[in-house]
Ligand binder design. Structure first.
Ligand code: NDP
Length: 248
């Protein structure tokens, strides 16, 4: 198991689901974690309290910041640089869905999903890269989705945002490769979290039939892939997308 002793990591979407599991795993393996969330202050507080209960040295901070808000993200990094000087790891995990078929999708549904999932990834990377360049080291892992290329009905906004993250990551990887900064994606299949809680029983069963392993994954199965790409050991992997999807 990789150790993250002495490393500072930003994890977006850290109150729940995959992001929280990634944050917990990084903490357990020695990292200092700055968890970003949107509005769910109660969950953020619960997470903080649980870490304080379980650890002699709670190295977690939870900060509310809308990843889609360029100015808020810029200010976030100004504060982080003042306090920690640099960061080693960025996990772009925050994501939302707002499903509707294209003909019925309103502009806000389109724009909000693109803003959070894709522009949020740009915002976080834009300000992380200069900090990583200072020390010529960095690991960026972005959580995309098979929706990027499978194209599930009603998810044109989500699919476009997730495909965009892959293209963005491949480009960024080339830009920073010589500076020992890697940028990769992890693409989880259906993972049992609040993000997919609203699916009907019919949809769930249809999606399960699509998965060769005939089951949804759990967050721990995603975490291991993310931690590997976020570790120093993944030094010759960049621009890649690692699929964790039961064979989808
Ligand atoms: P959840 O819905 O469980 O959690 C979403 C997280 O993102 C929350 O912490 C939420 O914060 C945060 N968030 C949402 N909007 C913003 C914003 N504007 N600014 C900052 N934080 C925000 O999602 P999952 O854990 O299921 O998904 C995590 C990632 O994995 C997403 O990118 C998703 O697209 C991807 N993914 C998920 C799959 C699945 O089946 N679950 C499959 C494939 C990919 P708050 O609590 O404050 O609202």
């Amino acid at each position: 198991m990789p150790s993250f002793d002495g490393k500072t990591a930003i994890v977006t979407g850290a109150t729940r689901g995959i992001g929280r599991a990634i944050a917990e795993a990084l903490l357990k393996r020695g990292a200092r974690v700055i968890g970003i969330y949107h509005r769910n202050h109660d969950e953020a507080e619960k997470f903080l309290q649980s870490v304080k209960r379980d650890s002699a040295q709670p190295n977690l901070e939870m900060i509310a910041c809308d990843v889609a808000d360029y100015d808020a993200v810029k200010q976030l990094y100004i504060d982080i640089e003042k306090r920690f000087d640099t960061i080693d790891i960025l996990i772009n995990n925050a994501g939302i869905r707002q499903d509707a078929i294209v003909a019925l999708m309103d502009r806000d549904q389109w724009q909000q999903v693109i803003d959070v999932n894709l522009t949020g990834t740009f915002n976080l990377c834009k300000f992380a890269v200069p900090l990583m360049l200072k020390q010529k080291y960095g690991r960026i892992v972005t959580i995309t989705s098979p929706a990027a290329y499978l194209g599930f009905q009603g998810q044109a906004n989500y699919s476009a945002s997730k495909a965009g993250q892959i293209g963005f990551t491949r480009t960024l990887a080339k830009e920073v490769a010589r500076k020992k900064i890697t940028a990769n994606c992890v693409s989880p299949g259906f993972i049992q979290t609040e993000l997919i809680e609203d699916l009907s029983a019919e949809q769930m069963s249809a999606y399960k039939k699509m998965v060769p392993m005939r089951r949804f994954g759990n967050v721990e199965e995603v975490v291991e892939a993310v931690l590997f790409l976020a570790s120093a050991k993944a030094s010759y992997i960049t621009g890649a997308t690692l699929e964790v999807n039961g064979g989808l």
